[in-house]
Design a protein around this ligand. Structure first.
Ligand code: KIV
Length: 267
């Protein structure tokens, strides 16, 4: 029997051009086990947990405490995937030393890498993290933590100037040492161009099919939150929210009718 080799940041980086890097978010022990046991190489404890798990309108209220709590739970469920913790808003922006201290706390609870949003501006932070031994996943394009300055969740890089700036950001982050780069909400042709221009893998979300990998929010692709607003780039692979509602209604009916518990459920 072939031994399973756990994924590392170095192995993800080396996968560029060899295999598609299939990634998902997970936020707790149960979802981490589902994703890890499917064999996916990278699990992101995304700050999207602010919306999917905590019920906020955006990612801005998410705290270090939230991400620490959920990263620890995910790490307990994962055997092989690389666990990447998303650094929440204002946990890395104030200073490089603050970013180092907070990233260190995430590593101590089980993350193997961290993700931060931003381009050239983040070069000193990425350098310091990588030099300290903490692998960094970059994130450019639509940066949800900048929703206030972007004026909403808008596709980025549509003008030649904006596209050139994103390419510069990608190259700067590559030189600073990221092991991979999330490209969110940018035109597919620009994502393909950036993918061919950098030596690190690109992981797309709303960035078309010509990235080195893809990531989706688990709750979106499983249809876990009935009636949730769904961006165009999401494909729903299941309707688990509706299935859960049907199961709960069925349980309620059976308890009310006295048909649950049945004799097989009794001691
Ligand atoms: O928070 C998140 O889930 C993310 C990804 C979807 C890239 O940042």
């Amino acid at each position: 029997m072939n031994a399973i080799i756990p994924w590392t940041a170095i192995r993800i980086k080396a996968a560029k051009g060899r295999e598609k890097i299939v990634c998902l978010t997970a936020y707790d022990y149960a979802t981490a086990r589902l994703v890890d046991e499917a064999g996916l190489p990278l699990i992101l404890v995304g700050d999207s947990l602010g919306m999917t798990v905590l019920g906020y309108a955006n990612t801005l209220p998410v705290t270090m405490r939230d991400i620490l709590h959920h990263t620890a739970a995910v790490a307990r469920g994962v055997k092989n995937a690389l666990v990447v913790a998303d650094m929440p808003f204002m946990s890395y922006q104030v200073s490089v030393s603050q970013a180092l201290a907070n990233a260190g706390r995430l590593i101590k609870v089980g993350a193997q890498a961290v993700k931060i949003e931003g381009g050239e501006l983040r070069v000193p932070t990425v350098r310091a993290l990588v030099e300290t031994g903490i692998p960094v996943l970059g994130h450019i394009g639509l940066e949800p933590q900048s929703v206030q300055t972007m004026g909403g969740y808008k596709v980025q890089g549509r003008t030649p100037e904006a596209a050139a700036e994103l390419l510069r950001d990608a190259r700067a982050l590559e030189a600073a040492g990221v092991f991979a780069l999330v490209l969110e909400g940018i035109p597919a042709d620009l994502a393909a161009h950036i993918t061919s221009a950098v030596s690190v893998p690109t992981i797309g979300i709303g960035a078309g099919p010509r990235c080195d990998g893809q990531i989706l929010v688990l709750h979106d692709m499983l249809g876990l939150i009935p009636g949730a607003r769904q961006p165009k780039f999401v494909k729903r692979y299941a309707e688990l929210g509706a299935a859960a509602q049907a199961a709960i209604a069925n349980y309620q009916r059976e308890v009310e009718a006295g048909t649950f518990p049945g004799t097989e459920h009794c001691y």
